[in-house]
Ligand binder design. Structure first.
Ligand code: PGA
Length: 249
């Protein structure tokens, strides 16, 4: 399986800026042995998808609403996203859980909406620093996983990606260390196998950069990265791509 390198651009970039960054990335890394996924903001999605149609680059949304349609001012449904022929959607990012009060139950509904229209969910889970300090990491990760995938058909397993993103590592410049990543990914893998009896790719996210990418990608059960800050510049993003693919060169 190719390593997965996903760029979560969060609330950054105009349409033109998104398209320019993609141009720069393609120029720097013209052919890559990784699956690259871009997650632009809603207004850039259509242009980015159009630009990358018929290429190997994938495009996804950073969010989707958990209902099919209705009076939800400012929200976007899965069927609306499906018109753009998107490949992926990020679900349950900790910023959504923290700042928009998204619950495990809503995460579960969002996954169902995405799968209904054939968009693959990238499901984010992760503990806060308080949860880690009080020894609750295992409990939190298991709860988030079990709830997220409640009543999800096991046949959907091959459409799902999970991202382990410890909340305390996101945007802080301090990534989880090797042992913390190894331990969390082993636990997540075990829980996913118990739910789906299948191997589901597990990404790591949280202060991934050009300096730590090589070490992290070579850890057991790390199938790629979900990258925020370091995906906003072509130089750092392409260095990460190089570092994750170097073993295949
Ligand atoms: P970061 O963000 O790489 O800036 O830590 C990761 C994420 O939020 O997915």
């Amino acid at each position: 399986m190719k390593p997965i390198v996903a760029a979560n651009w969060k609330m950054n970039f105009t349409i033109d800026e998104s398209l320019n960054l993609i141009d720069e990335i393609i120029k720097r890394s013209p052919s890559v042995e990784a699956e690259i996924i871009f997650f632009p903001n809603y207004i850039s999605l259509q242009s980015v998808k159009q630009k990358l149609v018929d290429t190997a680059y994938m495009v996804g949304s950073q969010n989707v609403h958990h209902d099919e349609s209705g009076a939800f001012t400012g929200e976007v449904s899965a069927s609306m996203l499906s018109i753009l022929d998107l490949d992926y959607v990020i679900i349950g990012h900790s910023e959504r859980r923290q700042y928009f009060n998204e619950s495990d139950d809503q995460v579960n509904q969002k996954i169902k909406r995405a799968l209904d229209v054939n968009i693959k969910p990238v499901v984010c889970i992760g503990e806060t620093i308080d949860e880690r300090k009080s020894g609750k990491t295992t409990e939190v990760l298991n709860r988030q996983l079990n709830k997220a995938f409640e009543e999800i058909d096991v046949l959907s397993a091959n459409k799902i990606i999970v991202a382990y993103e410890p909340v305390w590592a996101i945007g802080t410049g301090v990534s989880a260390d090797e042992n913390q990543v190894l331990e969390a990914h082993a636990l997540i893998k075990q829980t996913l196998v118990s739910i789906f009896s299948e191997n589901i790719p597990i990404l790591y996210g949280g202060s991934v950069n050009a300096s730590n990418a090589f070490e992290l990608i070579n850890l057991n059960n790390v199938d790629g990265f979900l990258i925020g800050g370091a995906s906003l510049k072509s130089e750092s993003f392409c260095q990460i791509i190089e570092n994750v693919t170097v073993e295949n060169n």
